[in-house]
Write a protein that binds this ligand. Sequence first.
Ligand SMILES: Nc1nc2c(ncn2[C@@H]2O[C@H](COP(=O)(O)OP(=O)(O)O)[C@@H](O)[C@H]2O)c(=O)[nH]1
Ligand SMILES: Nc1ncnc2c1ncn2[C@@H]1O[C@H](COP(=O)(O)OP(=O)(O)O)[C@@H](O)[C@H]1O
Length: 206
Amino acid sequence: MDYPGNLFVVAAPSGAGKSSLVKALMELDSRVQPSVSHTTRAPRGQEKHGREYFFVSQQEFDGMVLAEAFVEWAHVHGQRYGTSKKAIEDRIVQGADVILEIDFQGALQIKKVFANAVLIFILPPSWEELRSRLERRGEDSAEVIELRLRNAALEMAQAREFDFVIINELFERALFDLKAIVHAQRLKFAAQRRARADTFQALNIT
Ligand SMILES: Nc1nc2c(ncn2[C@@H]2O[C@H](COP(=O)(O)OP(=O)(O)O)[C@@H](O)[C@H]2O)c(=O)[nH]1
Ligand SMILES: Nc1ncnc2c1ncn2[C@@H]1O[C@H](COP(=O)(O)OP(=O)(O)O)[C@@H](O)[C@H]1O
């Protein structure tokens, strides 16, 4: 499938800094729009329905799975999370670049459906720093933090499957890398689309 917009997928273990990086990228680059996922987990302090996530019940999530409303969904940290078709398709058809913050299982599913999706993995500089960021964020209980750290090893083992890996040690440096990847890939895909359109025209392919 080919659309005028591009898909960027960012995955990382919890606490590596992906939400902060994606938020900062969107402030710098208005062509990048978020995909808002559905989840069965409860909202955290400042989170709003429809902004960070659509917070739904298990039954609502089941209904969406049955209705084939998701491009991908997965079990993560004991909850379910999914990207709806609605969250991305309209926007990439209109030429926007959509960025998905999802786990590695979802990222690999997306790559199967959208072969041109750009997969970016964010790594923390060390285990100590990952733990301390989760603790400093202060949003999760001690048990939830331990679960997320246990799952982090499995998630980080998937980093090699991604197109790009960014180490988020210094925030500004990691943001620069993310911005550079998005800009370079955008230019690459635009050039490919132009070359294909020119060739189709030259060969009278309609
Ligand atoms: N597969 C999939 N994973 C998602 C989706 N939305 C969020 N996630 C992932 O679920 C995990 C937990 O997210 P969240 O509860 O917001 O915690 P955080 O990553 O610590 O901020 C993260 O790895 C997210 O990237 C989605 O739509 N699909
Ligand atoms: N490079 C960094 N250096 C120090 N702290 C960071 C850095 N990047 C993010 N953080 C902090 O780490 C915590 C986790 O970041 P967050 O973006 O919520 O991670 P994720 O979305 O991957 O779970 C937040 O408190 C955030 O402000």
